[in-house]
Design a binder for this molecule. Structure first.
Ligand code: GDP
Ligand code: MG
Length: 303
C-alpha cells in the first residue's frame, strides 16, 4: 500500500465499436486484459483492467461498443456498456480519428448526456497514426462542441503515443480513497474466463464473416500440476448450427488445431506455465437467446 493520501476509482471507456477501446485499455494497463480483433463487437462483457499510478489505483472498465442493437445478445452487450457508466468516477469517450463523429459515436454522446452529465468525461481521440495532424483540430473542436469534455487527448493506442498523459489526467481526477484491489492484480476476470476470452479472440481472428458471432467459449476444466508449471485446460466452443461445426473444425481438423495452437501460445505467455489445451466443438442452438449464457459471460440477460 502506498504511504499518505491514496486515490482509487473507476474510469469507464465508452465508444462506438472498433474505435480501439480494448487496445487502449491493454496499453494503459500494460498487459493484455481485453481481447482485440479487427472485427466489430469483439468485446462482449465489461472487463476491468487495473493499473497503479501511485498514489492512484485506476480501474479501467472496457465495454462493448455502443450501437443500435438488434439481436438480444447485442442488446445485452449495449446494456452492459451503458451500465458501466453508473459506477464510473470518470468517463473516457474514445473516438477514431479517421471516422470522427459518425452516427455510432453520436449515439454514445447522447447516452453520455442522458446518464452522465455530472461525471467528468475525458475525450481520447485514438488512431492518430492514421490521420495527418491538421485533420485533428476540427474534430477536437466539433467533439468539444457536442459535449463539455474536461480534457482532450490525441493518442495511438497501438504504440502508446499520448497514453501516459491520458493516464496522468485520469489518476489526478480520481477521488481520494484506499486502493480497492491487491497491488499485483491486473484484471477482474477469473483465469477461466480469461482463458475462454483468449480462445474466442482466435475465433474472431481466424473465422470469416458472421461465424465468430455465432460462437462462444466456455472453460469447462482446469487442472494444474502441484508445482503449477503445467496446466490442463478443457474448453468447449459452442456454435449455433450443425453446419457451422465442420467450418470451425476445418479440413482434417486443421482449423481447430490452428486455433488451439495460437490460443495455447498466448495462454502460456500469460499464465507463465506449460499449457495443454483441449478444445471441443458443440452445437447449442439458440445460445444467443439464452439469458443463462449471458450470465456465464458476465452479462445480464435483457429480460
Ligand atoms: P474496440 O472494439 O473499440 O475494443 O476496438 P479494438 O481495440 O478491438 O480495435 C479495433 C481495431 O482497431 C483493431 O484491429 C486494432 O488493432 C485497431 N487499432 C486500435 N488502436 C489503434 C491505433 O492506435 N492505430 C491503428 N492504426 N489501429 C488501431
Ligand atoms: Mg473491444
Amino acid at each position: 500500500m502506498a504511504e499518505g493520501v491514496t486515490r482509487a476509482g473507476y474510469a469507464v471507456l465508452l465508444g462506438a465499436p472498433n474505435v480501439g477501446k480494448s487496445t487502449l485499455i491493454n496499453q494503459l494497463v500494460g498487459t493484455k486484459v481485453s481481447i482485440v480483433s479487427p472485427k466489430v463487437q469483439t468485446t462482449r462483457r465489461r472487463i476491468i483492467g487495473i493499473t497503479l499510478r501511485p498514489p492512484a489505483q485506476i480501474m479501467f472498465v472496457d465495454t462493448p461498443g455502443i450501437f443500435r442493437a438488434g439481436r438480444r445478445l447485442e442488446q445485452a452487450m449495449v446494456k452492459a456498456a451503458i451500465a458501466g457508466v453508473a459506477d464510473a468516477d470518470i468517463v473516457i469517450l474514445v473516438l477514431d480519428a479517421k471516422r470522427g463523429l459518425d452516427a455510432n459515436s453520436r449515439i454514445v454522446i447522447e447516452e453520455l448526456r442522458a446518464r452522465s452529465a455530472t461525471r467528468p468525461a475525458i475525450l481520447a481521440i485514438n488512431k492518430i497514426d492514421t490521420v495527418r495532424p491538421p485533420a485533428l483540430l476540427p474534430l477536437i473542436q466539433e467533439a468539444n462542441a457536442a459535449f463539455p469534455f474536461v480534457e482532450t487527448f490525441p493518442v495511438t493506442a497501438l504504440t502508446g503515443e499520448g497514453c501516459d498523459a491520458l493516464l496522468a489526467a485520469v489518476a489526478e481526477r480520481l477521488p481520494e480513497g484506499p486502493w480497492l484491489f491487491p497491488e499485483d492484480q491486473l484484471s477482474d476476470l477469473s483465469d477461466r474466463a480469461m482463458a475462454a476470452e483468449i480462445t474466442r479472440e482466435q475465433l474472431f481472428l481466424r473465422l470469416q464473416q458472421e461465424l465468430p458471432y455465432s460462437t462462444t467459449v466456455e472453460t469447462e476444466g482446469w487442472a494444474a500440476s502441484p508445482d503449477g508449471s503445467e496446466i490442463r485446460i478443457d474448453q468447449t466452443i459452442y456454435v449455433l448450427r450443425d453446419s457451422q461445426k465442420p467450418i470451425v473444425i476445418g479440413r482434417r481438423g486443421q482449423q481447430l488445431k490452428a486455433i488451439g495452437e495460437a490460443a495455447r501460445h498466448e495462454l502460456e505467455r500469460i499464465l507463465e506455465a506449460r499449457v495443454h489445451l483441449f478444445l471441443f466443438v458443440k452445437v447449442r442452438e439458440g445460445w444467443q437467446e439464452d439469458p443463462e449464457r449471458y450470465r456465464a459471460m458476465g452479462l445480464e440477460g435483457s429480460d
